[in-house]
Design a binder for this molecule. Structure first.
Ligand code: MN
Length: 274
C-alpha cells in the first residue's frame, strides 16, 4: 500500500501579512503538484493529517472553495483526512461539518474523515508533537515523537500540527510529520515544505516547489518576535491534552493562570480571530 502523506495545508483566501507574492496561486501550484505526484507515483491513497483550512468559518468566497473542489474532483485517489483544530469551529471536532470542511466533504466523494485512533492500520493525530531534536520541558510541555510511538501500536503513525517536517523511527515503526504546505510566517522563510510517500516501510520525501523572494523584508525583526511569541502560546496550548475540546476556553484559562500584559493578550485574541 503506497500512501502519500500531507498535512497543514492551511488553505486561505487571504494573504499572510509577510508574503508579497500571489499567495492564492502559490497554494494552487502546491496542491496541483501534490495531486500530480500522488498520481505519477501510483499512490493507493492520500492521507491528510489535519488543518486543511486556515480558518473554519463557513463564510468564505465561493470561488476560493471552488478552486479546491475542482482539483479534488479530478483526483481519483482516495483521501483519508483527519480533522485539525483549524478546521473545527470553536476547535470542536463535533462541529467539523458546521465549517468550511462541510462543502469539501459534500462535494468530494472519495474523501473520508478518520476518527480518533486507528484508520485502516495507520494511526493519525493532530496534536503538537515535538521535533526529535527538541525536548518537552516543564515550561513547554508536549508529546515527544518517542513517547507517542511508545503509546501507539501501528507501524505507521501520522501527525499534523507542528509545521516542521520530520520523521522518527523506533524499532521498525515510523512517525511522520509532513509539516506545513506553505511558508506562512517569516520564521518559516528557510523551511522547505515537503510531502512523504510511504510504501510498506520504504519512505520517500519530496520537496514541494517553492519560489524565491516571496517575503516582505521590511519589519522582519518585529514580526519575527510576534510570531515566536504566538508560537510559544500555540505550542503550549496545543500540547495540553485538554486542548481537544475547546481551544478558546483553554486559552482563556491559560491566560488567567499565566497573566500577560494586555498588548500580548490582544495579539493572541486577534490571531485567533476574536
Ligand atoms: Mn496547523
Amino acid at each position: 500500500m503506497r500512501r502519500l502523506v500531507m498535512a497543514d495545508t492551511h488553505f486561505r483566501d487571504d494573504c499572510p501579512e509577510m508574503r508579497k507574492d500571489d499567495y492564492q496561486r502559490a497554494q494552487w501550484r502546491k496542491l496541483d503538484f501534490m495531486l500530480k505526484a500522488a498520481k505519477e507515483l501510483k499512490c493507493d491513497e492520500i492521507r491528510h493529517v489535519g488543518d486543511f483550512f486556515h480558518k473554519s468559518e463557513d463564510r468564505v468566497k465561493s470561488t476560493f472553495i471552488a478552486e479546491i473542489i475542482k482539483r479534488l474532483l479530478v483526483n481519483d485517489i482516495p483521501i483519508k483526512y483527519y480533522p485539525g483544530n483549524h478546521d473545527c469551529p470553536n476547535h470542536r471536532v463535533d462541529r467539523l461539518r458546521d465549517g468550511r470542511m462541510a462543502a469539501i466533504l459534500a462535494a468530494v466523494e472519495n474523501m473520508e474523515v478518520c476518527k480518533d485512533g486507528e484508520c485502516d492500520g495507520v494511526e493519525m493525530f493532530h496534536t503538537f508533537v515535538w521535533h526529535p531534536d527538541d525536548r518537552p520541558s516543564d515550561k513547554i510541555p508536549g508529546v515527544s515523537a518517542e513517547d507517542l510511538l511508545k503509546r501507539t501500536k501501528a507501524d505507521l503513525v501520522l501527525v499534523g500540527d507542528n509545521h516542521q517536517s520530520f520523521i522518527y523511527s523506533l524499532r521498525g515503526r515510523t512517525l511522520i510529520n509532513p509539516g506545513s504546505m506553505m511558508r506562512m510566517t517569516i520564521d518559516q522563510r528557510k523551511f522547505k515544505p515537503k510531502i512523504y510517500v510511504w510504501d510498506d516501510g520504504n519512505l520517500q520525501s519530496i520537496d514541494l516547489p517553492i519560489e524565491k523572494d516571496v517575503f516582505l523584508v521590511q519589519g522582519t525583526t518585529i514580526r519575527m518576535e510576534v510570531d515566536s511569541r504566538m508560537e510559544k502560546y500555540v505550542s503550549k496550548m496545543e500540547s495540553a491534552e485538554r486542548i481537544q475540546l475547546d481551544f478558546k476556553e483553554n486559552m482563556k484559562t491559560y491566560l488567567e493562570e499565566n497573566p500577560e500584559d494586555s498588548e500580548v493578550e490582544d495579539i493572541i485574541w486577534n490571531a485567533m480571530g476574536e
